[in-house]
Ligand binder design. Structure first.
Ligand SMILES: *Cc1c(COP(=O)(O)O)cnc(C)c1O
Length: 348
C-alpha cells in the first residue's frame, strides 16, 4: 500500500477470486462451464471484427440488448448490459441502497465487498439450519434486498412464489435477485419484473452460456430501474462492454438449442456426482446450480489441499458456517470421474 491511498479505502477487504492456474489442472473451483460457447458466437468473430476494435463499442449495446429482450420476452428498454454481472450488482449497490442492504450470511462474497466499497451499511441475515433462505426474514424491511437464487455457495433454490412475497412486501425498496445459476434448474423471476417496478433480476453469460472470459452480464427490470443503471454507467464507463464481447453474447443468447443442451448436461452431471459423493459418505446440499457444496470427515481446507496435490482444484471458503465444506464446480463427466477417483484415494 502506498501513502497516497485515500484513507477511506484502508479498511476495504477486496474480493478474493478463485485460483486461475497457469498449468493444466482439473478446474472445479470457479463455476465455469466445461463446454465451449455456442459455435455461432465463435464463428462470428473473424478478421473484420478484430480489425473493427479500432472503433469504440456501441455504448447502448443495442444489438445485444435486443437479442436478450427477445430471448426473455421483454422490451429493449427493460434490459441493461454490463461488464460481467458484477458490474450490474456494483451499480445496484451504489444506486439503490439509501437505507442500506441486507443479504444472507452465506452467499456471494462480493455483496459485502461492494457494500463496503460504496459505504452502504449492511446486515447479514443467517440462513436457516438447513442452509435455506427464510423468506420471512426479508419481508417488510427498509433495506435493499440482495438474494442470489439459487444461492451462491449452497446451490439451494428458492421458489419464485417466495421471492414474489419478498418483492411485494418491499414495494418502496428494490429487491435484486441474482440469477447467475438459475439456468441449471431454477425458474427465473424475469416475468415478475412486468408486475413489480421494484424487482431487478441480474443474470450473467459467465456460467450457463460459457462466456466467463468475455465478461458480459445483464439486468432486467422496470424501465425506471434500467434508466437509473444507465445513469450510473454513463457517469462511469460508457463503453463498458467491448465490441467482441457484444457480438459473442448476442450470438450465444440466440442459440437457444445449444444453451439448453449444455445446461441439461451440467444438471445431469450434478445429479450423478451428488449421488457418487453420497455413496462415498459425503453430505451434499441439494443444488440447482452448476456446483455442489459437500463435506466429509476431512476438514474443507485440508480436503482442498489434498485434491490440489492430485491436480484438482475445488473451492474452500473460510467463512465460519461453511468452513467444513468444499464447493465443487461441475466439469465434464470425465473431470468428475477424475475427482471421484482422487476422493476415493484420499478417503481410504
Ligand atoms: C459468478 C457470479 C456472479 C458474477 O458473474 P460475472 O457475470 O462473471 O461477473 C454474480 N453472482 C453470483 C452469485 C455468481 O456466482
Amino acid at each position: 500500500m502506498s501513502k497516497f491511498l485515500s484513507e477511506k479505502y484502508l479498511s476495504l477487504e477486496p474480493y478474493v477470486p478463485g485460483e486461475q492456474p497457469k498449468v493444466r489442472l482439473v478446474k472445479l473451483n470457479t463455476n465455469e462451464n466445461p463446454y465451449f460457447p455456442s459455435k455461432y458466437a465463435v464463428e462470428a468473430i473473424g478478421e473484420k471484427e478484430l480489425k473493427d476494435t479500432r472503433l469504440y463499442s456501441d455504448p447502448d449495446c443495442a444489438v445485444l440488448r435486443q437479442a436478450i429482450a427477445d430471448a426473455y420476452g421483454v422490451k429493449e428498454e427493460n434490459v441493461f448490459v454490463s461488464n460481467g454481472s458484477d458490474e450490474s450488482l456494483a451499480f445496484s449497490f451504489a444506486a439503490f441502497c439509501p437505507k442500506g442492504a441486507i443479504f444472507p450470511d452465506v452467499t456471494y462474497g462480493f455483496y459485502k465487498v461492494f457494500a463496503s466499497f460504496f459505504s452502504v451499511p449492511f446486515e447479514e441475515i443467517p440462513l436457516k439450519g438447513d442452509f435455506a433462505v427464510d423468506e420471512s426474514d426479508y419481508m417488510g424491511r427498509g433495506e435493499t434486498v440482495f438474494l442470489a437464487n439459487p444461492n451462491a455457495q449452497t446451490g439451494i433454490y428458492m421458489p419464485v412464489e417466495k421471492i414474489e412475497k419478498i418483492v411485494s412486501s418491499n414495494r418502496d425498496r428494490v429487491v435484486v435477485v441474482d440469477e447467475a445459476y438459475v439456468d441449471f434448474g431454477g425458474e427465473s423471476c424475469v416475468p415478475l419484473t412486468k408486475r413489480y417496478d421494484n424487482l431487478l433480476v441480474v443474470q450473467t453469460f459467465s456460467k450457463s452460456r460459457s462466456l466467463a472470459g468475455a465478461r458480459v452480464g445483464f439486468a432486467i427490470g422496470d424501465r425506471g430501474l434500467i434508466e437509473d443503471l444507465d445513469r450510473m454507467k454513463f457517469s462511469f464507463n460508457p463503453y463498458n462492454v467491448n465490441r467482441i464481447s457484444q457480438i459473442l453474447a448476442a450470438e450465444a443468447v440466440k442459440d437457444e438449442e445449444y444453451f439448453k443442451e449444455c445446461c441439461d448436461k451440467v444438471a445431469a452431471t450434478r445429479e450423478r456426482t451428488k449421488k457418487a459423493l453420497e455413496d462415498l459418505g459425503f453430505e451434499v446440499l441439494p443444488s440447482r446450480s452448476n456446483f455442489l457444496l459437500a463435506r466429509c470427515e476431512i476438514s474443507g481446507g485440508e480436503l482442498q489441499k489434498r485434491l490440489r496435490e492430485r491436480g484438482i482444484l475445488v473451492r474452500h471458503f473460510d467463512d465460519e458456517r461453511i468452513r467444513d465444506w468444499v464447493r465443487i464446480s461441475m466439469g465434464s463427466d470425465e473431470d468428475m470421474d477424475k475427482l471421484l477417483i482422487a476422493l476415493k484415494e484420499i478417503l481410504t
